[in-house]
Design a protein around this ligand. Structure first.
Ligand code: ADP
Ligand code: G6P
Length: 484
């Protein structure tokens, strides 16, 4: 039976070595891993990716344990050494492609050594995938760390059907053209038969780069490339709606004794501040997420509308991410400082305006936070999709709550009933926060119902289904030929 091989840099499980040499296994954080996990669980395929450990950390007994843990999850680990992690992962992926594709030109480094490492590591991934491909298999490659992989597989196995999905924005041609190895990167991607993006805008930007840089013949969403046709389309990624909705329902009916410590603290807060509103934000600590903007806007709000002092609390969960990259370290310092300053300036004996958690949390605690919050404040300056916005909506089982969402997030394209803001406009964010706090429950419910209906229909399973249907359609040559 043919299978689908999913390939991404990170596996859905992340492995770390404890001091006593035992393994600490946690689920990977981020939209790609959380989204694809439910798709992978259903299928008969395998998932190829990096375990999070380097070759130097793994001795023979650890290797056996790692292999077992990975195999149990239907995964296959690609082995990376310290140099790879430094130059490919922290380096080219996260100091070049990530900032460039998110329009942070000033953070983007173009280092030849790192580019070479990127090519070598993409080849390492290709070698593992090629070992596992059988006739008739589909390969589905994910994200910016593996842009060269489709071509590396296609060159060796031309009959394999290859899909590629980019989980981050694809930048405009004016940004992409600055990239020194732009032809190779595009050719790498064009090894796929189907290329998917979250939004039509990203798709359009990609087609524009292909036309202007490679001078290829593009008709609508099809590219004539050598003797093949490559299809490009947008597939906005959804979430496992029922997982979040059902968890929230169970949570609401929870026996008080089963409540988590976090939930007890949240309950205490709700009881002790009878009319106080809880405003929630959850993100990886990443400069694309607009965390300083959010904090400054919250400070601006407290100054502009002092009547809300002691009546509103911002709960900010930031998950540690890519902490070897200097910009992430700086963001951590800036965030700590801003939170400290705002709490220092506004706190009273009975009220701290911001509760700040810098850690990963188990799923149950995420549900505690989503269900206890009146407002979600999501302010990325650039974001491919943003699944947190969708997860918040799915957990609102009483159809209440307000979502404030940046128009720079891909999710905003499908979530018009949210209150959309420009993350650089602090005054607008402050005014929108006031509007959200004062929004009548009927209006909250009207908006929430529409959002929920849409998310329930276009789940992550449906997203994957549509992608796979389009991928399979590329096998039928007659339907995809383009006249030149
Ligand atoms: P990104 O992919 O850029 O990290 P998304 O909002 O698309 O942003 O996806 C983030 C994913 O990570 C969500 O599915 C969310 O539930 C999960 N997540 C965020 N914070 C945590 C956390 N503290 N612990 C566990 N999972 C988290
Ligand atoms: C985003 C990216 C993913 C990445 C995730 C977590 O969702 O699109 O490819 O896996 O962030 O980042 P990390 O660097 O920890 O894998």
């Amino acid at each position: 039976m043919s299978k689908t091989i999913i390939v991404s840099n990170r596996l859905p499980l992340q492995i770390k070595l404890e001091n006593d040499n035992s393994l600490k296994i946690t689920p990977s954080v981020g939209g790609l891993a959380t989204g694809m996990k439910s798709v992978h669980a259903e299928g008969n395929g395998i998932w190829v990716g990096w375990s999070g450990l380097t070759e130097e950390e793994i001795d023979s007994s650890t290797k056996k344990k790692v292999d077992e843990a990975v195999k149990k999850e239907k995964c296959v680990a690609v082995s990376l050494n310290e140099q790879d992690v430094e130059n490919f992962y922290f380096g080219f992926s996260n100091k070049t492609l990530w900032p460039l594709f998110h329009y942070f030109m000033e953070y983007t480094e173009f280092e030849k050594d790192q580019w070479e490492s990127y090519q070598e590591v993409n080849q390492k991934f290709a070698d593992v995938v090629l070992e596992h491909i059988e006739d008739g298999d589909n390969v589905w490659v994910h994200d910016y760390q593996l842009l060269l992989l489709p071509k590396l597989i296609k060159d060796k196995k031309p009959n394999t059907t290859i899909g590629f999905f980019l989980h981050i924005p694809y930048p405009s041609y004016e940004i992409f053209r600055t990239f020194p190895w732009r032809e190779q990167l595009l050719e790498g991607m064009l090894g796929a038969d189907l290329l998917g993006f979250h939004t039509y805008d990203y798709e359009r930007h990609f087609l524009s780069s292909v036309k202007r840089i490679l001078r290829l013949d593009v008709k609508f969403n099809k590219i004539n490339y050598h003797d093949r046709v490559v299809t490009v389309d947008s597939f906005p990624m959804g979430i496992d709606y029922n997982k979040f909705h059902d968890a929230a329902l169970t949570h609401t009916n929870q026996n008080p004794k089963e409540k988590s410590e976090l939930q007890r603290r949240l309950d205490n807060h709700i009881q002790s501040t009878s009319n106080a509103k809880m405003v929630l934000s959850i993100d990886r600590l990443d400069y694309t997420k607009g965390i300083p903007n959010r904090l400054r806007a919250f400070e601006y709000f407290l100054n502009k509308y002092p009547q809300f002092k002691e009546k509103v609390r911002l709960i900010m969960l930031a998950v540690p991410s890519r902490s070897n990259v200097p910009q992430y370290q700086k963001l951590k310092r800036d965030t700590d400082e801003l939170v400290g300053r705002i709490n220092g300036e506004f706190a009273t004996v009975s009220w701290t305006p911001i509760w700040y958690f810098y850690r990963s949390m188990p799923f149950e605690n995420l549900i505690d936070l989503y269900t206890s919050s009146d407002i979600a404040l999501i302010t990325p300056v650039r974001d491919g999709m943003n699944l947190v916005a969708k997860e918040y909506v799915a957990t609102r089982t009483n159809e209440d709550g307000v979502l404030i969402l940046s128009e720079m997030a891909g999710a905003s394209k499908e979530m018009n009933e949210a209150l959309l803001i420009n993350p650089n406009n602090f005054e607008e964010i402050a005014d929108t926060l006031k509007q959200a706090i004062e929004m009548p429950t009927e209006e909250q419910s009207k908006r929430m119902k529409i959002l929920q209906k849409r998310l329930k229909r276009y789940t992550v399973e449906k997203w994957a289904d549509e992608f796979m249907k389009s991928l399979n359609a590329t096998k039928i040559k007659d339907t995809v030929m383009v006249s030149t």
